[in-house]
Design a protein around this ligand. Structure first.
Ligand code: PXL
Length: 296
């Protein structure tokens, strides 16, 4: 027996990962996605709930977001940070300016590796929560890894809609210059072409390194939860000892499996299936990793 905070009662090391995110009651995205993904990596996960997303079945599954009061978010943060020693924190939908500020304050005090999924829009809802300036000023500089999609990358950088890998690289550079340690811009389903492409800029001892990662797109149905699950898989990968490139590559492979095995539901947008890489691995599915030169 051991009472070390990082191990189980049998002495097995178990990293602990905290997500600060909204609840997606349909189960593909949000903290539901994060906790399932953490488990896939053998990490112990818990969640601070920032908002609750529900759907109106009588109105084409229109989304509604209920925000949790900031003092309740602060109490959740204080409680869980006092109870556990976390290896990594991850954030998803923060919902309100005040909850984002509460998170920034906790991060400044705790100095933990932080995976920041800068959720500004929720697929199918059309809701744009205007957190852009606050993100740029308060959270981007604290991010170990930030994972914007095309729309979020364009919003954060004030760029026109991003439609190419070159545009993704430009946005990743801008966001890196805002103070994030490592930046992954996700092409996802919205980048035209047969492949799902992500652009990673890592800061290394020898300067910044650019890598382009791709997998073939599995199908063209919309999938809810790909972004959340990608960021939570990166967080769990880092917590279990991977370096940034390995964590991103591994996360992409898990998400590609989860998309290939996605579950249709009544909303018309599939739910990502988190255990797919474990329970129905696809032979031949792999991530192509290409290092490119970063022109100065
Ligand atoms: O994928 C963005 C997202 C994040 N967080 C929650 C969501 C969604 C989209 O459905 O519901 C809680």
């Amino acid at each position: 027996m051991t009472d070390s905070p990082g191990t189980t009662g049998t002495g097995t090391p178990v990293p602990r990962v905290l997500t600060i995110a909204g609840s997606d009651v349909s189960g593909g995205a949000g903290l539901e996605a994060d906790l399932k993904m953490f488990s896939e990596y053998g990490a112990f996960g818990t969640a601070v709930v920032t908002c609750i997303v529900t759907f109106d079945p009588a109105a084409n599954f229109q989304h509604d977001i209920a925000f949790i009061d900031t003092d309740v978010i602060t109490r959740q943060l204080e409680s869980t940070l006092a109870v556990h020693e976390f290896s990594v924190l991850k954030s998803g939908m923060l919902g309100s300016v005040d909850s984002a500020l509460a998170l920034a304050a906790a991060l400044r005090e705790n100095h933990l590796p932080y995976v920041f999924d800068p959720v500004l829009v929720c697929k199918g809802s059309g809701t744009m929560v205007d957190l852009k300036d606050l993100f740029v000023e308060n959270l981007v500089p604290l991010a170990t890894v930030i994972t914007p999609n095309l729309e979020e990358a364009a919003t954060l950088t004030g760029r026109e809609p991003i439609q190419s890998v070159d545009g993704m690289i430009g946005a990743a550079r801008d966001i890196r210059a805002m103070g994030a340690d490592h930046v992954v811009v996700k092409g996802g389903a919205r980048l035209a072409g047969p492949d799902a492409i992500d652009v990673l800029i890592e800061s290394t001892a020898n300067g910044d390194r650019l890598t382009v990662l791709s997998t073939p797109k599995a199908h063209d149905r919309m999938v809810n939860g790909a972004g959340c699950s990608f960021a939570s898989a990166i967080a769990a990968g880092l917590a279990t000892g991977a370096d940034v490139l390995e964590a991103v590559r591994g996360a992409k492979l898990r998400v590609a499996h989860g998309i290939a095995a996605s579950l249709p539901n009544a909303t018309g947008v599939d739910s990502l299936f988190h255990p797919a890489a474990r329970v129905q691995p696809l032979e031949g599915l792999s991530v192509t990793v290409e290092e490119r030169t970063l022109d100065s």
